[in-house]
Design a protein around this ligand. Structure first.
Ligand code: CS2
Length: 502
């Protein structure tokens, strides 16, 4: 979030008292929050959690008999202190501004979070929450990096110093998984049932991945605990979706002007929201389906569709649009050349690979995506979209390239995006000469490889942790070299290269 928070204004802070003074048009939690019990402990409270899972629970709490499902947020790091302080001062209330593509705006106050504990202040408090008999679900949005997945083989990467710490000191954890295992051990020793671990990260088979990583860490600590987890803990897979831009000062100002209260960390998001879950919980669970989520037998086709169309579509627009000099997704997709390129990529290189799904009309899904991306009221920055591309593109785009190559299909549209990513990391500025803010843990390696492109056109592909074996595939390298040659011409313009590739 923009760090410059304006505090000089006289408007009161949002809290349980000022909430009652808000305009009638604001949807406020009228349920009795003093009667709620924490049933969900959430690790990694970010914008997405507050726009998605916490909103589903907020809706559920409006119905009788759901009081046991309130949320306690957990911040594992010092960097979560600011959010904790803000939420605490607001009785854990925050505003969500839902912006429809039509221009319609809905404001709501979310009341489903009733507590927030900060691990660096009090580890025991975190353990107490996780081991409380009322806690039935521990949910996660810790981003892909929090899972410690080795990109080369998908196994658990135990090399991070925090992971090493948790292996050596299982009773004094620092990582999310370290805390979960420590808490599960106490529950087991005290004869309490396990909780469900519900990942809400945008990772394919997020439940199975969580299980694999958690069990791997437990094995490195104590084999018997690993076995107990495998037998007792459930990890439902789910597809999650709601576009949630990073909160800006403009969002803070908007709440103050429109609602007359100050919320120092509000949420703005699109109106679309989707949550498709496999019904695999080891104890009680909220009736997510009563408030718009969907239970299915197998989430695979839904997540493939979402990751390969929505998330890949974002990356296509983000990388190509950044080079052109655009800053937000809506700006890029309202340019006809980019919209045409995106649609061609979705129709020609993704759709043929997707399985038909009951109740899903793929053509309508793609139309909706373009409508969502075009939402002029959602200023989703390309910096956010392109951040951590080294973790995102293997799943979003490279998997599609690999599948198409295996099926001997054309890959030129996706390949241009990879070549554009090389140019983006090499120059880190747009066509107008303005610097681009690139946020990627692998940035140094990416830039080092990209910068050798002039003397070795395939240099970027040598990052096998990202590209796997693509460098050895003649069909791919032919297409890639062509794209690089076109993009690296001194007078090259991204739009011209896109239009020639189509
Ligand atoms: C985005 C996602 O980070 C990204 O690249 O594509 O954050 C996207 O906005 C969400 O997955 C939407 O559900």
């Amino acid at each position: 979030m923009n760090s410059a928070i304006m505090t000089g204004d006289q408007s009161p802070r949002l809290n349980r008292h000022t909430m009652l003074t808000l305009p009638d048009t604001v949807d406020i939690p009228l349920y009795d929050r003093s009667k709620l019990k924490v049933g969900i402990v959430h690790l990694g409270v970010g914008g997405f959690h507050r726009a998605h899972q916490a909103v589903y629970i907020n809706e559920l709490l409006k119905t009788p008999g759901a009081e046991q499902w309130a949320i306690c947020g957990v911040g594992l790091f010092e960097s979560n202190r600011k959010l904790r302080d803000i939420l605490q001062a607001q009785d854990y209330l925050y505003s969500v501004t839902v912006r429809h593509p039509t221009g319609k705006v809905e404001n709501k106050i979310v009341g489903s979070m009733i507590d927030f504990v900060l691990a660096p202040d009090n580890k025991q408090q975190v353990i107490n929450k996780l081991t409380h008999p009322d806690t039935k679900i521990v949910s996660l949005t810790i981003t892909e990096g929090g899972y410690n997945i080795n990109p080369a083989n998908g196994d658990f990467d135990d090399s991070h110093p925090d992971v090493r710490h948790d292996i050596q000191y299982p009773n004094d954890p620092v990582t999310a998984f370290g805390y979960i295992i420590a808490a599960l051990k106490i529950r087991k020793d005290n004869g309490l049932p396990a909780f469900t671990v519900q990942s809400c990260d945008n990772i394919q088979h997020n439940g199975s991945v969580t299980k694999k990583m958690l069990v791997s860490l437990a094995k490195l600590q104590q084999t018997s605990m690993a076995e107990w987890i495998e037998e007792n803990v459930c990890f439902p897979n789910a597809m999650v979706d709601r576009i949630t831009p990073v909160t800006s000062q403009a969002d803070i100002d908007y709440i103050q002007t429109t609602l007359g209260v100050r919320d120092l960390w509000p949420i703005t998001c699109e109106s679309f929201s989707q949550w498709v879950i496999e019904d695999d919980f080891c104890c009680d669970r909220p009736n997510w389906d009563a408030v718009g989520a969907q239970f299915v037998e197998d989430v695979t086709p839904y997540e493939t569709m979402k990751i390969r169309l929505l998330n890949a579509g974002h990356s296509v627009l983000g990388l190509l649009g950044s080079i052109h000099g655009y800053y937000t997704i809506d700006e890029v997709v309202s340019d006809k050349d980019f919209a045409t390129y995106l649609r061609a990529f979705m129709d020609m290189e993704v759709t043929p690979l997707l399985e038909p799904m009951n109740g899903i009309d793929l053509e309508a899904y793609k139309d909706t995506l373009i409508e969502r991306f075009s939402n002029p009221n959602i200023k989703d920055s390309l910096v956010r979209i392109c951040s951590e591309s080294s973790a995102k593109l293997p799943k979003f785009l490279i998997a599609t390239i690999q599948d198409n190559i295996a099926a001997q299909r054309d890959v030129s549209l996706a390949t241009l995006v990879i070549a554009a990513w090389c140019l983006y990391c090499d120059k880190s500025c747009n066509e107008l000469g303005v610097d681009i803010d690139i946020q990627d843990v692998m940035y140094t390696e990416l830039a080092d490889h990209a910068k050798k492109t002039a003397e070795d056109s395939l240099s970027f592909l040598k990052l096998t942790a990202v590209f796997g074996n693509l460098i050895n595939d003649a069909a791919f390298t032919t297409s890639y070299s062509k794209a690089i040659a076109a993009l690296y011409l001194p007078s090259a313009k991204i739009k011209d290269v896109m239009n020639t590739t189509l």
